[in-house]
Design a protein around this ligand. Structure first.
Ligand SMILES: *Cc1c(COP(=O)(O)O)cnc(C)c1O
Length: 409
């Protein structure tokens, strides 16, 4: 790779811009969406039912223990309502997460409480959870960050000790396992995302996995206007069915058009993970000498879902800061991500809750230094080599020329 590549503001036609998180969409998905469109049945129907059955079988749970919805945010929201927590109850979660985790707590009428991360795993620290418990604490909402399972033995022990509900944010963790058990099956609820950048893609989409079938039955009602159970099938070919509205619900149902993608995406989840594992190992091997902090090794007995490859970039070590790195990569035609600026860095939460980033120093430190490289199974070997070459060129302190120009276009 020619170092002068980094001088180009935008990639040449022969090197298309690598959009961060671009999904791998197969011919099966395309054909299934077309069949769905031609069938005239776009809304919630047979394909959603099949996707639910497939997901239940992938997770090893019963068919009545899953409910498809139209986002993970929706899954988190209705899970917390279905859990029946009293208004104002405190829910302990991580400051290193997407804003949807916190917003869902707020919209459920509950109070988010942050507990700092472990600096090695970047997952919520069980000791910090225990420190954050008050008489109003009712739930723990761990996020399996980047696809790395949280310390569920410790978290479930705390939940038992204080009689707390556990809702797992599994947006990154579809394929993850902890000591032989699949993520999303530890807590009372597991919430999954099929957003366009996630490991299994339906465009927008989500799934709730629940330990208790009655919780899932309520979640289904909440996700479709609060209409009684049969409403999910009210337009089926078995004829019109009357329904009752039994509570004020939401419009959170998944469409067949989305499930058409999900059915085939889920079938390839393991193959896609294998492909991401190759890229991950290649990054780990080639970046070992770079002045950055690479992801920690995998904990024994766990299976990482390999959703995000995050590096901590410290200007005092490598001579280039995180933001300059992101801009330089962009200038080289490569999209990267930031996962995440810690929650209290955002204005709304600071103003509403009086939070300061310094109160959760580990999440603050990670959030200010972290950058995520593309890890999609859609990347060709050539794409990966391009990412590797530019990353090494930009980060290697022995090439100050590139560093000095990093701010361009
Ligand atoms: C993507 C994401 C969500 C929200 O998922 P949607 O399906 O987009 O609603 C929630 N939590 C985390 C950690 C996420 O990364």
């Amino acid at each position: 790779m020619n170092i002068d590549e980094t001088d180009k503001p935008f990639a040449e036609a022969s090197e298309p811009y690598l959009v961060f998180g671009a999904p791998l969409i197969g011919e099966e998905e395309i054909a299934e969406v077309e069949t769905c469109l031609r069938s005239g049945w776009l809304g919630t129907g047979p394909r959603v039912a099949q996707f639910e059955r497939d997901f239940a079988s992938y997770k090893g749970v019963g068919e009545q223990q899953v409910a498809a919805v139209n986002s993970c945010t929706a899954a988190l929201h209705v899970s917390m309502i279905a859990a029946g927590l009293d208004p104002g109850s405190e829910v302990i979660t991580t400051p290193l997460t997407f804003c949807a985790t916190i917003n869902a707590i707020i919209h459920a009428g509950l109070t988010p409480i942050l507990a700092d991360i472990d600096p090695v795993t970047m997952n919520i620290d069980p000791a910090a959870i225990e420190d954050a418990i008050t008489p109003r604490t009712r739930a723990i909402l761990p996020v399996h960050f980047a696809g790395r399972p949280c310390d569920m033995a410790a978290i479930m022990a705390i939940a038992r000790k204080y009689d707390l509900i556990v809702i797992e944010d599994c947006a990154h963790a579809i394929e993850a396992e902890y000591h032989g058990r699949k993520m999303g099956t530890f807590g009372d609820f597991g919430c999954f995302s099929f957003y366009a950048t996630k490991n299994v893609v339906t465009g927008e989409g989500g799934m709730i996995v629940g330990r208790d079938e009655t919780h899932i039955a309520r979640a289904r009602i909440l996700a479709l206007h609060g209409m009684s159970k049969d409403a999910w099938h009210r337009y089926s070919d078995t004829g019109y069915r009357h329904y009752q509205v039994v509570e004020a619900g939401f419009k959170y149902n998944m469409m067949d058009m989305q499930a058409a993608l999900g059915i085939h995406q889920l079938a390839r989840a393991e193959a896609n993970r294998t492909q991401r594992e190759r890229i991950w190992q290649h990054y780990m091997e080639t970046f070992v000498d770079l002045p950055v902090q690479l992801p920690a090794g995998f904990e024994p007995g766990t299976r990482h879902a390999l959703h995000l490859f995050t590096m901590l970039i410290d200007e005092s070590c490598g001579g280039i800061g995180r933001n300059a790195f992101i801009e330089a990569m962009h200038g080289s035609g490569i999209g990267t991500g930031v996962h995440y600026l810690s929650v209290p860095e955002h204005t709304y939460y600071r103003e509403r809750f009086g939070w300061k980033p310094e109160q959760w120093p580990e999440a603050m430190r990670v959030g200010r230094k972290t950058a995520s490289l593309p890890l999609s199974p859609a990347l060709s070997d050539g794409d990966v080599e391009r990412i590797v070459a530019h990353t090494k060129t930009i980060l290697r302190p022995t090439l100050p020329r590139t560093v000095a120009r990093s701010g361009r276009p």
